[in-house]
Design a protein around this ligand. Structure first.
Ligand code: ATP
Ligand code: MN
Length: 429
């Protein structure tokens, strides 16, 4: 029976393993094959004079990155990785890799990101790159479990939609029979409708599509959003839920992903302390202005401003009380000062991770706010009707999964946190 490479220890007598040829070294009388599977690397040592002609022929055929399987005796040796080696009695090439390889999986030859993404199936074989996706998986698992524990129902809302969530230009139009349709920018309108439908608490981890014109290191055209909406809740309830969700992801990774963190060379992984500090939008623009990035009330936070404020805060933090003009129509303004609203952003020192708010659940006010943004309420009838027949107050947020992973692992480009990124120039592979 085949066993994972990490289970091949000096204590094991015999082992049957399968994997990819990571490296090959020929020392005359001895050949070393380093064989890799998803759990680790094992040295297979072939003393040419002592093995069968079949094994020798297979070793000759086994180019780098070929898939092989072998079975033999395990011996303790200090010279090999993991302090053990396997001397094969049988060795078989299951799938031979052509030469030369389009990409060096052992990372001795560095490659540009574009070349890596063109050959992503090879790039993903690198233990370091695979580790990113083990951690991404752990984050999404921890977040789902946390939210299920908090009585959230996981939902899947449509990705083909008739109306823009935020209006605007960031929409991908779609050929949908004889109708006009788009790829959804956010599950926002649907998760709100589910509040009227009595779900109380929902979450969705799904694709969002944004026709962002510009190529940046923090934007994708197809991203994964972790979205929640909760009833009988205000923005402070939503912020508490968010900081606990983020802390639970970090905690799970700290507790379960030691190997992946080590593979990535991360030695100082810290779980953020809850609660995250909160500053108002006014305080944020003051910090930014004092730090040489002048902003006035009503401005969005520029990338440079985010950096200035992030440096000052030095940890994850919230920005609250945003100008109503800067936020989407579905945001609840403060009753006593409608120029500011119950919106927040959750920031990592490097960038925005989340936007959220208490939403407007009052039908007449919502219609007004849609009009104030220059949008036509008729286009939102499907969304507005639920507000006419019993809508609880509610709040929620959207957290970018790639940005969470990117900042957690200090990745320089958001594309590193997606298997097959979609950007301005890339729709393949
Ligand atoms: P930014 O201003 O940084 O472009 P945004 O304010 O347009 O982001 P929101 O509409 O608030 O984004 O979306 C909520 C979250 O979803 C963001 O905080 C971010 O983490 C993630 N997100 C949004 N757009 C993208 C994108 N194009 N690529 C990757 N993540 C995104
Ligand atoms: Mn935002």
């Amino acid at each position: 029976m085949r066993i994972p490479i990490k289970d091949v220890t000096p204590a094991v007598e015999r082992a049957h393993i399968a994997g990819w040829v990571h490296e090959e070294r020929d020392l005359g009388g001895l050949t070393f094959l380093l064989v890799r599977d998803r759990t680790g690397i094992l040295q297979v040592t072939i003393p040419k004079k002592k093995v069968t002609p079949e094994v020798l022929a297979a070793v000759k055929e086994a180019t780098r990155e070929s898939v092989i399987e072998c079975e033999g005796v395990v011996k303790a040796t200090e010279k090999a990785p993991g302090g053990r080696e396997l001397v094969p009695e049988t060795l078989r090439v299951i799938s031979r890799a052509e030469t030369p390889l389009p990409l060096d999986v052992s990372e001795k030859v560095p490659a540009e990101l574009d070349t890596r993404l063109d050959n992503r199936y090879l790039d993903l074989r690198k233990p370091r790159i695979n580790a990113i996706f083990q951690i991404r998986n752990a984050c999404l698992r921890a977040i789902s479990e946390y939210l299920w524990d908090q009585k959230f129902t996981q939902v899947q809302t449509p990705k083909i939609v008739a109306a823009a969530t935020e209006g605007g230009t960031e929409l991908f139009p779609l050929a949908y029979f004889d109708k006009e349709a788009f790829l959804n920018q956010s599950p926002q309108l649907y998760k709100q409708m589910l509040m009227s439908a009595g779900f109380d608490r929902v979450f969705e981890i799904g694709a969002i599509f944004r026709a962002e014109e510009h190529n940046t290191v923090r934007h994708l055209n197809e991203a994964t959003s972790i979205d929640i909406e909760m009833s009988f809740a205000d923005e402070e309830d939503a912020m508490k839920m968010l900081e606990n969700v983020v802390a639970s992801a970090y905690k799970y990774v700290a507790e379960h992903c030691g190997d992946a963190l080590e593979t990535l060379g991360i030695t100082d992984f810290k779980v953020p302390t809850v609660p995250f500090p909160r500053i108002t939008y006014k305080e944020a623009i003051e910090i930014s202005t004092a730090g040489g990035e002048p902003l006035v009330f009503g401005d969005d936070l520029s990338t440079a401003a985010e950096r200035v404020v992030g440096e000052k805060m030095g940890t994850m933090y919230f920005i609250t009380e945003w100008p109503t003009s800067t936020r989407p129509f579905y945001t609840m303004p403060f009753a006593d000062r409608p120029e500011v609203c119950r919106a927040f952003d959750m920031m990592h020192p490097r960038m925005e991770l989340t936007s959220g708010a208490q939403r407007c659940h009052i039908h007449s006010l919502l219609v007004e706010q849609i009009k104030a943004k220059g949008l036509n309420p008729d286009a939102f009838e499907f969304y507005l009707n639920p507000f006419r027949y019993g809508m609880p107050p509610h709040a929620g947020w959207g957290l970018g999964a790639e940005r969470l992973v990117m900042t957690m692992l200090d990745l320089q480009n958001i594309r590193e946190a997606v298997l097959f990124p979609r950007d301005r120039h890339r729709v393949s592979p």
